[in-house]
Design a protein around this ligand. Structure first.
Ligand code: ZN
Length: 408
């Protein structure tokens, strides 16, 4: 079964003692100890595959007990919660493990003028890990962070005047930058590199990039606040395919759920078969780089309960986004005391013909069992409407496919 791992047994073997140490740490957590009691050592990849997977809540229980501290320098606390929900805490040392990333992935060099557009503060990690990468690259950095809706035009003029060559952010934030520049007819002719992390790549972003910065190419990182950067890709790789780092062991289970095991001895979070909710496969990348790559197939936790029935949010989004004139869709569930009072599909419309909202609504309702059944008696509570902006999380800058709102 070792072909379901990102590393061959001979490459993983010398590093598996780190997984063994994570096992010992998890065994020392009273709430988790019974689950790991039958597991004695981690000597082979089969031993890894036999371990129980770790969920976000389990990791937070472990971290609350372990309270890890960096060997040198500061221990940073970051939000390791999801895109919605209350913040949970993950730990990292200064440097954020980016030396290991830089050893294998060098999108930036000393000649670059790099705009760090990941939001800073609020315990969000991406801005700081990008800063650490820029430090290793020795480039010029403009630490912009997130800006308000009315500030884009002014900053775009500044970035153009500074002849920026690189920008990095979550795809949702990058889309704002490129869409605003395109709408204003502004070009960034020197821009060559667009670094991204935090969400799946968005095809619409590539379209706006081509208009604003024809020479710019995408450079992706995949990871989470628990695992930190797991893998990277280049403009030659498909946007959903990443090359895992040698200190990250990626495993694709029989259900295609990915789990991650750190093989980095400096890692503070005991990441051992940790599941982020992403599905994927171990593949070889069409870019031709040797070794195993991981293809991310999207999230498997996209099914939510609506009036007791499972609604596949990604499926609704995909259908809505196939509609001409729809740039992006988002599902908004409104709840009152835990019961769904309404479901809205919000549509960010692009240039060109406006989508036929009534027809799309009727189609979604008739094609989606959960919607037609759950709203049988009040079909008017399922709505499809155009929106000027989708709902983003202020802390993370992410725009997730699903937003749940509680009504008083
Ligand atoms: Zn590749």
């Amino acid at each position: 079964m070792t072909e379901h791992f990102s590393l061959a047994p001979e490459a993983a073997g010398p590093r598996l003692h780190v997984a063994g140490r994570s096992l010992e740490l998890l065994q020392s957590v009273p709430e988790l100890a019974p689950r790991y009691a039958a597991h004695e050592a981690v000597l082979t990849l089969d031993d890894v595959a036999a371990l129980p997977p770790l969920a976000k809540d389990d990791l937070n229980v472990a971290l609350a007990h372990l309270e890890p501290k960096a060997e040198r320098g500061a221990t940073w606390l970051f939000q390791s919660g999801g895109s919605t929900g209350a913040p949970k805490v993950g730990y990292a040392p200064t440097g954020f493990y980016m030396a290991g990333v830089h050893a294998h992935w060098r999108p930036l060099d000393r000649t670059d003028v790099f705009v760090n557009a990941w939001g800073a503060g609020r315990m969000w990690g991406a801005h700081f890990l990008a800063a650490a990468l820029a430090d290793l690259a020795g480039c010029q950095v403009i630490a912009l962070g997130s800006v308000g809706a009315d500030e884009y035009d002014e900053w775009l003029a500044f970035l153009r005047a500074r002849r920026v060559t690189a920008i990095g952010g979550t795809p949702s934030v990058l889309r704002m930058w490129f869409a605003r520049a395109r709408a204003a007819g502004l070009k960034l002719p020197e821009l060559r590199k667009v670094l991204w992390l935090g969400e799946a790549w968005q095809p619409q972003l590539a379209e706006d990039m081509a208009a604003v910065a024809p020479d710019a190419r995408r450079w992706g990182m995949f990871g989470s606040t628990e695992t930190w950067v797991v893998g990277t890709n280049t403009p030659d790789c498909p946007a959903d395919t990443f090359h895992p780092l040698p200190e990250q062991l990626v495993h694709a289970g029989p259900d295609e759920l990915l789990d991650f095991t750190t093989l980095n001895p400096d890692m503070l979070n005991p990441v051992l078969r940790y599941r982020t909710g992403d599905a994927g496969r171990i593949v070889s990348c069409p870019c031709g780089r040797p070794g195993r790559a991981m293809r991310v197939l999207g999230r498997r936790d996209s099914v939510v309960q609506v009036r007791g029935l499972g609604l596949d949010v990604d499926e609704v989004i995909a259908r809505a986004e196939r509609e001409p004139g729809v740039a992006r869709a988002q599902v908004l569930i409104t709840e009152q005391r835990g019961r769904a009072t309404g479901v809205d599909v919000l549509l960010l419309t692009g240039r060109g013909a406006a989508p036929d909202l009534d027809r799309l609504r009727r189609e979604l309702l008739s094609a989606t069992f959960t919607l037609s059944t759950a709203f049988q008696h009040d079909p008017e509570s399922f709505r499809v409407r155009a929106a000027d902006v989708l709902i983003s999380n202020d802390r993370t800058g992410k725009t997730s496919n699903l937003v749940v709102r509680e009504e008083p």
